[in-house]
Design a protein around this ligand. Sequence first.
Ligand SMILES: [Zn+2]
Length: 329
Amino acid sequence: MNAGSSRFLFDPTVGRRLAEDWNVFITHAHSDHTYGFATSAKKHSTPETLHIYESLSSRTVKNDRTVKIGETIKFDDVEIKVLDAGHMLGSCQFQLTAPEFTVLYTGDINCVNTLTTKAAQSDHCDFLIIEATYGHPSYVFPPRDTIYADIIRWTMTEIKEDRLPTFQVYSSGKPQDIVRLFNVYTKIPVVCAPGISRANSVHNQNGFRLEYLDSSTPEGKRTLKQRGCIYVTTTRGDHLPRKASRAVATGWALREAFRSFTAFPLSSHADYNQLMQFIAAVNPKAVYIFTGYIDIIAAQIERKLGIKAGPLPSHAQTKLIDFPRQAAH
Ligand SMILES: [Zn+2]
């Protein structure tokens, strides 16, 4: 995106060669959003996103500028404000204010509170660029507390049957919500695979008190052999010392079957209703959508909210939009 004399790129999707005068903005630490950290451009992210990325990738990022949620960065006549995205620790949205227009770029958002994040913030803008993974009317998640209760109930049953309840998830975001769920509501020991432990440590450095054992430590190994703990991992290839029962936690569980897994619709994304309410609250002149059921949610936005909506142009290349010209149409 060009605004004033500066050039901005949000969550670039490939590790492109970018000149150092580009400003790259990274919304959160999931690997499909962090290609920008590998470029030579100026990198902007929250400190938590940077720390999770560095901790999981074992890399040190250069030419980075961290900015906290709630802060604003100034570039000549353009300002970029950082809003909470509610998706995982450090996840944010970027709200760009240029003299002629305002734009909100969301990345992944989640609009309900979880045990580790607060609901995404919304603010009015002229143009909204939104990632709409579950933007289909059939994706309406049950209340989060109901899913938490289902997870604990399933775990207790599996433990009673002398199986090891094992959750397979990404390294950061949802696993920490699962660890905290068991910390807060049960006394069940939690053992985590090393990749998840690394993201747990970043959470603990940021004020959380996640209690867990790393599976590579003697205590973690000993605990896994005993009855009555749970295991959180990123892969299904671990050699476990006891018979395991496996679970996944993902919004896709609402409509997809996961063979040999128990699937819980615990998501760190907004569901269809949350997306529609978020868009209504932002109330932009136009919505540009990427990821998910783009045509379906675009039609719903136009019909139910009366707001112009469509796919984000040029998304595959650069997410480059000339907003004043689009506004004139
Ligand atoms: Zn994500």
